[in-house]
Ligand binder design. Structure first.
Ligand code: RP5
Length: 160
């Protein structure tokens, strides 16, 4: 898609519900994203091809969601200098602690900005903040989003 700024990659279709929250918030802020399932373990060659061509296509930020032995965000970061935001997906057996620990502790030199378990909304917002550094319109929309959030969710008189 032309003008696509954010690549949302997930390790499996089973991650789709969580990762849709990232694309939804980006849609709300009118930032174009594309979403793909590319497993670091099951389709490593496809992942490499995508990562090394992303910058030329205009991608500015990666959001990568994966569960269990979640290699995806780290492998993406190994192939690109673009910012990579990792979202640990909640897993059945270890409740996402496996995903979190697989993503968060990267070796120096290959960074992944790790969100909380199931942190897709904040990954989308953080991607928007990065885009906003060089895009005034996105910056204004982001400020507006924060303002509305304060009005709707941040202040509510409780009835007695
Ligand atoms: C990871 O393994 C995926 O990101 C997913 O969270 C987990 C399970 O994958 P499926 O077996 O559901 O395809 O690679």
């Amino acid at each position: 898609m032309a003008d696509t700024k954010v690549a949302i990659i997930m390790g499996s279709e089973s991650d789709a519900d969580e990762m849709k929250k990232a694309s939804d918030i980006l849609d709300e802020l009118k930032i174009k994203s594309e979403t793909l399932v590319i497993s670091a373990h099951r389709a490593p060659d496809k992942l490499r091809d995508y990562c090394i061509s992303a910058e030329k296509k205009g991608i500015k930020v990666f959001i990568a969601g994966a569960g269990m032995a979640a290699a995806l965000p780290g492998v993406i970061s190994a192939y690109t200098h673009l910012p990579v935001l990792g979202v640990p997906i909640e897993s059945k057996s270890l409740k996402g602690m496996d995903s979190l620990l697989s993503i968060v502790q990267m070796p120096p030199g290959i960074p992944v900005g790790t969100l909380g378990i199931g942190g897709s909304v904040n990954a989308g917002l953080l991607a928007a903040s990065i885009i906003a550094l060089e895009d005034k319109e996105v910056s204004e929309r982001l400020k507006d989003f924060r303002k509305k959030q304060s009005e709707i969710k941040g202040y509510k008189p409780l009835s007695k």
